[in-house]
Design a protein around this ligand. Structure first.
Ligand code: NAD
Length: 387
């Protein structure tokens, strides 16, 4: 029976406890945030509901202390937002077995750089998924979670890369989703569509009216409210990612550039049955049934008024662990990224951070990102040596 420790106590962790418990894995949970460990313990096991299908799984041990759950683990899965990766990796590093496999669901940009740096050069096996396989929401904390949708296929990268096919095969059964091995963690960084779509659309919707408040009914539709100029901005960001990918792939044989598809292609492939009109990028967004009704992230500010929530993951995760990492790769190959820069400039002000300064990733808050420069990688040669 493989021994697995899940780090985190959110939606994804609930699904994993259910799936791995049902599959007969020995499941432990490391949940150090607030009183999550106690609340998970009190729940007594997780029911995972996916339409008519119901499965149940239980963790053997749940703790806020890594010493109680990490030693002896063959697998450690980080089911966490990227901004918690460093904290959790630092907490568990000392307790990991040399033969452990550590994975992130999902890995955002630069996960391999952060993990390798925090795990202090120990040659552990790492893997990352491009995205979470499930759209999922807890319905009763510590007890029940709903799977609302499952991805058709999810990319998996590994370090060392030769292990990706084997890991994809083993984990596809556990996650009940096809996993496609990709050439390198660089693919996950560059091909992350959320880093373009989320900051790009917030910028398009809010630039010039940053402090506007809305009533509940007039909060702008996030995807269906896309205008032509924001669609053009997204296309330009995607074009810049293609240019970075090509320049990197010319020098780094570890990266297969065909894995980094342009945004319109990704959108058509991700939602083949949901898009009514894919003739342009703009039409593909606004006629995508899967995006229907989703609104700009907001927070209540006064009775019946809502302001844009700039602390939402659409910026807090997708900028420092997405767009900034990609911008860092651009710097290695001297590819100009004026549109990505424009979006980072605006987004970092909303986050009250400074990553990009005088057209370079030299801002005082860069260290909290996973850009290659944070790990001393300033040239293609240094990136090749890391890979
Ligand atoms: P979540 O909000 O449910 O989980 C957050 C959990 O992370 C917390 O409950 C806590 O256990 C842990 N955490 C957060 N900050 C921490 C800290 N500082 N220290 C220790 N632990 C901390 O998130 P989720 O829905 O499980 O999503 C996990 C990842 O998957 C995120 O990157 C999210 O963007 C991505 N994702 C989620 C979905 C979904 O449907 N839930 C879909 C696609 C992608």
């Amino acid at each position: 029976m493989p021994k697995l420790t899940i780090c985190g106590g959110g939606n994804a962790a609930h699904v994993l406890i259910g799936l791995a418990g049902q599959a007969g894995w020995e499941v432990n949970v490391f949940a150090p945030l607030a009183d999550e460990a106690n609340r998970l313990q009190a729940g007594g096991g997780i029911t995972v509901r996916q339409h008519d299908k119901i499965i149940r799984g239980q963790a053997r041990r749940i703790s806020a202390d890594p010493a109680e759950v990490i030693p002896g683990s063959e697998w450690v899965l980080l089911a966490l937002p990227a901004f918690a990766h460093d904290t959790i990796l630092r907490a568990i590093a000392h307790f990991l077995e040399p033969s452990v496999i550590v994975g992130a669901l999902p890995a955002r940009g630069g996960f391999d750089l952060a993990a390798q740096s925090i795990l202090a050069g120990r040659n552990l096996t790492l893997f990352g998924l491009q995205t979470l396989p499930w759209a999922c929401r807890i319905t009763a904390y510590g007890q029940a979670v709903d799977i609302l949708g499952v991805k058709d296929v999810v990319n998996l990268a590994a370090r060392p890369p030769t292990l990706a096919p084997r890991l994809a095969k083993e984990l596809a059964t556990l996650f009940s989703v096809p996993l496609e091995p990709v050439s390198s963690f660089l693919t996950l960084t560059l091909a992350n569509p959320g880093q373009l779509i989320h900051p790009g659309i917030i910028y398009g919707l809010c630039r010039g009216r940053e402090t506007t408040t809305f009533t509940k009914d007039d909060i702008p539709l996030f995807y269906q409210g896309l205008d032509l100029s924001t669609a053009a901005l997204l296309q330009a960001m995607s074009d810049e990612v293609q240019a970075i990918t090509k320049a990197l792939a010319d020098h780094l044989p570890d990266l297969d550039p065909t894995e980094v598809v342009p945004l319109p292609t990704w959108l058509r492939r991700a939602y083949p049955a949901d898009i009514a009109d894919s003739s342009t990028l703009h039409r593909a967004f606004v006629t995508n049934r899967a995006y229907s009704g989703l609104r700009l992230p907001t927070r209540a500010v006064a009775s019946e008024r809502f302001a844009v929530d700039y602390t939402s993951r659409y910026l807090a995760e997708d900028v420092p662990y997405g767009l900034v990492v990609t911008r860092g790769l651009a710097e290695l190959v001297a590819v100009q990224t004026p549109t990505i820069d424009e979006v980072i400039d605006w987004a970092q002000a909303r986050l009250e951070r400074c990553y990009l300064l005088d057209n370079r990733l030299s801002g005082p808050d860069l260290a909290e990102t996973h850009a290659p420069q944070v790990y001393g990688i300033y040239s293609l040669e240094q990136m090749a040596a890391f890979l």
